[in-house]
Design a protein around this ligand. Structure first.
Ligand SMILES: Cc1ncc(COP(=O)(O)O)c(C=O)c1O
Length: 384
């Protein structure tokens, strides 16, 4: 398996310059076929012990693959449907008191906002927003200043969805831990786009999507819960399969691992697809993926910088960025521009949000130099 195989195996990118992976990725055929195969297998009736056992064995392997991709232990991995589920597991795993504080940033996705806004309403939790445009050193000083005895959690993106900037995650964790405050990293935009090692980061919780840079099926994700935080986090939304042991009189012992947060009947075919996607990347080698993304986004940023009037918002060095490149053009409407790029040039990029003038281009290993040239030429024509 080579990087170029991903393009060959992904039908959706054959006729469209697909620069929208940070929204949702297209899916490689082997991922789709694996999901279908397991869906057919599962449909024979998991009530049969032989079917159930094979599904369970497959799920164990997927958990191991996700753990390996994060440098975690399988017991620290909850398999779920998306990054936001993981945020909710953490948010509802803390006994909140009025006046408790959570630290967020100004660049958080609604997934890492709505949950907290809701807690603010329900329990009087206070939210503190750090300015995610501050340079690293200032951002860390602001974080240090914001942490007080009532702060219960820091919940920040690993990669900003707005600019693609990598936040200084390891240092953020160090600062928060100096104040004995745990850290949840929202890694929806990091997982598969930049190297990730949860042990090196030292974070307490790390939540990921499988349907973005990993190119797994829609509705796949995972939450890492550091082993020593498993009992600290109170399971709020649980059920059958969360228990290791129970009786008819109220006795309950949870599963030892983060699988205690998984319960009820699940669609394991999707998880098989996620496992297949991780197999593809493992075969290619993550180092090759990140090297490609670095070289490609470097060239794209350099080309965009030559377009007069265009304001690049993404930091230049890949060490401070990811697969997201955002820009705006004073006076140019992001919606009109993205619609025109799609209609006239077969290029899929996205407006950042209904209220922002910015356009987001997200790159992956299936994007080619020809597509980049087409994008740059189309942008140059847009302004002419
Ligand atoms: C930073 C960030 N967090 C969370 C999410 C939500 O991800 P999911 O749909 O996997 O819950 C997104 C989606 O774009 C995101 O960019």
């Amino acid at each position: 398996m080579h990087i170029s195989d991903i393009r060959r195996l992904t039908p959706a990118v054959q006729h469209l310059a697909y620069f929208q992976t940070s929204g949702f990725s297209p899916k490689p055929d082997p991922v789709v076929q694996t999901t279908i195969r397991w869906a057919i297998f599962q449909s024979q009736g998991p009530a049969r012990a032989d079917i159930h056992q094979r599904l369970a064995a497959m799920q164990t392997q997927v958990r191991q693959k996700v753990a390996a991709s994060l440098n975690a232990h399988p017991d620290e991995i909850m398999l779920n449907e998306n990054a936001t589920v993981g945020i909710n597991v953490v948010a509802h795993g803390i006994d909140w008191r009025p006046g408790d504080r959570v630290i967020l940033s100004t660049h958080e996705h609604p997934g890492n906002r709505v949950t907290w806004y809701n807690l603010a309403r329900r329990y009087g939790v206070r939210l503190v927003f750090l300015d995610a445009t501050l340079p690293d050193a200032d951002f860390l000083s602001e974080l240090d200043r914001a942490l007080d005895s009532q702060t219960r959690l820091v919940s920040l993106s690993h990669v900003s969805r707005r600019t693609g900037r990598r936040l200084p995650a390891r240092e953020m964790v160090e600062v928060a831990h100096r104040h004995a405050v745990p850290v949840l990293l929202d890694a929806a935009q990091a997982y598969g786009a930049i190297p990730v090692d949860v042990q090196a980061l030292g974070c307490d919780f790390y939540t990921v999507s499988g349907h973005k840079y990993i190119m797994g099926p829609q509705g796949t994700g995972a939450l890492y819960v550091r082993r020593d935080r498993l009992d600290w986090l109170k399971p709020s939304w649980i059920g059958s399969h969360s228990q290791k042991d129970m009786d008819d009189q109220g006795y309950l012992a949870f599963q030892d691992g983060a699988n205690r947060f998984e319960f009820g009947t699940r669609n394991l075919a999707d998880q098989a697809g996620l496992g297949k996607a991780l197999d593809l990347w493992a075969e290619i080698g993550w180092d090759h993926v990140f090297a490609y993304l670095e070289a490609y986004t470097d060239r794209l940023k350099a080309a965009l910088k030559t377009i007069p009037g265009l304001v690049l918002e993404t930091p230049l060095p890949y060490a401070q960025s990811s697969g997201i490149v955002t820009f705006h053009w004073p006076g140019l409407d992001a919606y009109a521009l993205t619609a025109r790029l799609l209609e006239e040039d077969g290029i899929l990029v996205s407006p950042l949000s209904p209220t922002s003038p910015s356009v987001r281009v997200s790159t992956h290993v299936f994007n080619t130099d020809e597509e980049m040239d087409r994008l740059v030429a189309a942008l140059q024509r847009s302004r002419a």
